[in-house]
Design a protein. Structure first.
Length: 565
C-alpha cells in the first residue's frame, strides 16, 4: 500500500511537550508499532498527536523550563477524499496537503492552525475526527458514538445508494413541509382578522383613492376655497391695467405714440419703439386672458363641500394606515393581494397536504428498504465481530447490533432507526453498550475486531490502538498482531504495544526511550533499523538479560512475520 492509495499521517513534529524536547518523526503507511521500557513515555506521542487534533490541554504538558509547546501533524490526503472537500469548503485547501498545528503557552493560551491559517479550535477537532481514530482510553474513540456506529454499519453493508435515496426523499418531504408552513404563516390568526381586512378594503374602495385624482382634488380645493381672493385680485388687475382712467395700457399707448412722432427726427428710437409696441401687444393679451379667467371663475359651495369631505376621508385613512395620502392606492392593492392570498390558501393548503402525504409514503418506502438492509448487515457484522472476539482471547464474548425504531412520525435523512453496538465480553454476561466497557484493553480489542471486519469501508484513514494487547499473550497476541497487519493493508495503523508477537508483525517499528542527564530527562522516539529491531524484540522477550537464544528467537519471530501476509 502506497501513500497515494489512502490518506495518511506522514510527519509528526513535537516541541517541548512533556518529556520530549524536539522530535521530527516520519511515519510510513501500513502497520507501525511503538515500543519501549515501562515509563519511557510511549503514550506521549499519542497525547501530542491528540493536541494537534484539538484535544483539551493545559500548561502542565509543557516541558519543564519552557514557555511554549508546539505539535504539528502533516497528512497526505487521498485525491478524492472527503477531507479535501472539507478543506475546500472552508477555504483551507493546499494541493492535497493537510498540516495541523497547535501551540500552547505557559499562560494557558492555545492557538490552532490548518495549513498555516489560524482557525477556531472546533475546526481542528472537526477535521481531526475525519483523519484519526484513537482506540483506547482517549477522546477520539468515534466507535463510542451512536451516529458513528450507524455510519460504520452502513459502510459495512454498502448502503450508499439506499442512504442517498432516503436523504433525497427526506429533503423533498422537508421542502413541502416548509412551503406549507409558509402558507399557514400568511393566514390570519382568527376569522375576525379576515373580516377586518375586508372592512379596510371596503373603506378604501369607498373613496376610490387614485394618485393622479388626489392631486387634482387638492388643486380644485385650493381654487374653490380661495375664490374671493382670486376674483378680487384679477378684477383689480384688469382695472389697473385697462379699465381705470390712468391705466397702465393707456400710459404705455400714449408713450408709444409720442415716441413714434419723434422717429422723423431720429431713427435711433426705432428699437425702443418696437419693443414698446411688443410690450403693449403682450399687455393686451394678458388683459384678455384675465377677462376670460374671470368669466370662467365661479364659486360652487356644494362642490367645495364634496371635495372637503373626500379629502378629509383620504387623510383620515392615511393616518389610520400610517402612510401618506398619495400612498393609499398602493395600500389598497396590498390589502387586496393579501385577501386573495388568504382566500386561495385553503385550496393551496389542501394540495400541499396531499403532496406531503405522498412524500411521506415515498420516504417510508425507501426507509423500509434501508431498514431491511441494515438488519441483514447487523446480523453479518455481529457474527463476524463475535468470531473475531473469540480469536482475540474474549472467549464467550459477543457483539450485537441493536436497531431501534425512531419515534412514530419522526423523519430523518439517515433513516427510520437508531443503532447501538451492544457487547458482552465474558460468557453469561449481559450485553451492554460499547460505551460502558470499563477496560481499555477490552474496548481496544472489540474495536479492533470491528475495524478489521469493516476494513476498506471505514472513512477514517489513520487508526491508533493504545495497549490493544493488554491482558493477552501467546497465541492471542500473535493473532492481534496479524489482525493489525491485515488492517494496515487498507489504512494506516499505529499501535502502542508491550508484546513482541505484535511488534514483530509491524511494517515499521518505532522505539521510545527515556534518557536522564544533568540537564534533565528527555524522551526520544526513533525508527529502528533491522538490527536494532531484532535487539528490541529480544529485549521485549527476555527483559534485562538478553541471551543468544533470546536473540535467535527474536530473529525467528521477525522472519516468520515477513512470511505472514
Amino acid at each position: 500500500m502506497g501513500a497515494a492509495d489512502i490518506a495518511m499521517l506522514t510527519h509528526l513534529q513535537i516541541r517541548n511537550f512533556a518529556l520530549v524536547d524536539r522530535l521530527d518523526l516520519e511515519i510510513g503507511s501500513g502497520f507501525t508499532v511503538l515500543t519501549g521500557e515501562t515509563g519511557a513515555g510511549k503514550s506521549i506521542l499519542i497525547e501530542a498527536l491528540g493536541l494537534a487534533l484539538g484535544d483539551r490541554a493545559d500548561s502542565t504538558v509543557i516541558r519543564e523550563g519552557e514557555e511554549r509547546a508546539e505539535v504539528s501533524a502533516n497528512f497526505e490526503l487521498a485525491t478524492d477524499g472527503i477531507t479535501r472537500a472539507w478543506l475546500a469548503e472552508h477555504d483551507l485547501d493546499d494541493d492535497g496537503q493537510c498540516l495541523l498545528r497547535r501551540t500552547l503557552s505557559r499562560e494557558g493560551r492555545s492557538k490552532a492552525f490548518i495549513n498555516g491559517r489560524p482557525v477556531p479550535l472546533q475546526l481542528l477537532r472537526d477535521i481531526g475526527e475525519q483523519l484519526v481514530d484513537i482506540h483506547g482510553q482517549h477522546e477520539h474513540q468515534s466507535l463510542l458514538k451512536r451516529d458513528c456506529q450507524l455510519q460504520l454499519l452502513d459502510e459495512f453493508g454498502g448502503h450508499g445508494d439506499l442512504l442517498a435515496a432516503v436523504a433525497q426523499a427526506y429533503r423533498h418531504w422537508q421542502k413541502i413541509c416548509a412551503e406549507l408552513d409558509a402558507v399557514r404563516a400568511q393566514l390570519p390568526a382568527t376569522d375576525g382578522d379576515t373580516d377586518l381586512l375586508r372592512d379596510q378594503i371596503r373603506e378604501l374602495e369607498d373613496v376610490s383613492p387614485r394618485a393622479d385624482d388626489l392631486v387634482a382634488l387638492e388643486e380644485e380645493h385650493r381654487r374653490l376655497s380661495h375664490f374671493d381672493e382670486l376674483f378680487t385680485t384679477c378684477q383689480h388687475a384688469v382695472a389697473s391695467l385697462y379699465d381705470d382712467e390712468a391705466s397702465l395700457y393707456g400710459i404705455m399707448a400714449n408713450i408709444g405714440r409720442d415716441l413714434r412722432e419723434q422717429l422723423a427726427t431720429d431713427r435711433g428710437l426705432t428699437p425702443a419703439v418696437e419693443l414698446l409696441d411688443g410690450a403693449v401687444i403682450q399687455l393686451q393679451e394678458a388683459i384678455d386672458e384675465l377677462r376670460t379667467y374671470l368669466d370662467r371663475l365661479h364659486v360652487d359651495p356644494e362642490r367645495l363641500a364634496q371635495i372637503e369631505t373626500r379629502l378629509t376621508a383620504l387623510h383620515d385613512l392615511a393616518r389610520k394606515h400610517r402612510v401618506r395620502s398619495a400612498d393609499l392606492p398602493a395600500v389598497l392593492e396590498r390589502l387586496r393581494a393579501r385577501l386573495n392570498t388568504i382566500t386561495g390558501a385553503g385550496e393551496r393548503i389542501a394540495r400541499l397536504q396531499s403532496e406531503i402525504t405522498e412524500a411521506t409514503a415515498n420516504y417510508h418506502r425507501r426507509a423500509t428498504a434501508l431498514t431491511r438492509a441494515r438488519r441483514k448487515a447487523a446480523e453479518d457484522l455481529s457474527a463476524a465481530v463475535t468470531a473475531g472476539m473469540q480469536e482475540l482471547g474474549m472467549r464467550g464474548g459477543r457483539l450485537a447490533v441493536r436497531i431501534d425504531r425512531q419515534a412514530e412520525g419522526h423523519l430523518s435523512p439517515y433513516g427510520a432507526e437508531r443503532v447501538e453496538f451492544m457487547v458482552s465480553t465474558n460468557p453469561g454476561q449481559n450485553e451492554k453498550s460499547l460505551a460502558r466497557i470499563i477496560s481499555g484493553g477490552e474496548l481496544s480489542r472489540v474495536s479492533l475486531a470491528i475495524q478489521v471486519h469493516a476494513a476498506g469501508r471505514h472513512a477514517i484513514p489513520t487508526l491508533i490502538f493504545d495497549e490493544v494487547d493488554s491482558g493477552v499473550g501467546g497465541r492471542v497476541a500473535e493473532i492481534v498482531g496479524q489482525l493489525l497487519k491485515k488492517l494496515g493493508q487498507t489504512c494506516q495503523v499505529l499501535c502502542v504495544t508491550h508484546l513482541p508477537q505484535v511488534a514483530a508483525l509491524a511494517h515499521q517499528h518505532l522505539q521510545v526511550a527515556k534518557f536522564t542527564s544533568t540537564q534533565g530527562t528527555v524522551t526520544r522516539i526513533g525508527a529502528l533499523s533491522d538490527n536494532q529491531r531484532g535487539e528490541e524484540i529480544a529485549r521485549m522477550l527476555g527483559g534485562i538479560e538478553i541471551s543468544k537464544q533470546t536473540r535467535a528467537h527474536a530473529k525467528e519471530m521477525l522472519q516468520r512475520a515477513q512470511e505472514c501476509t
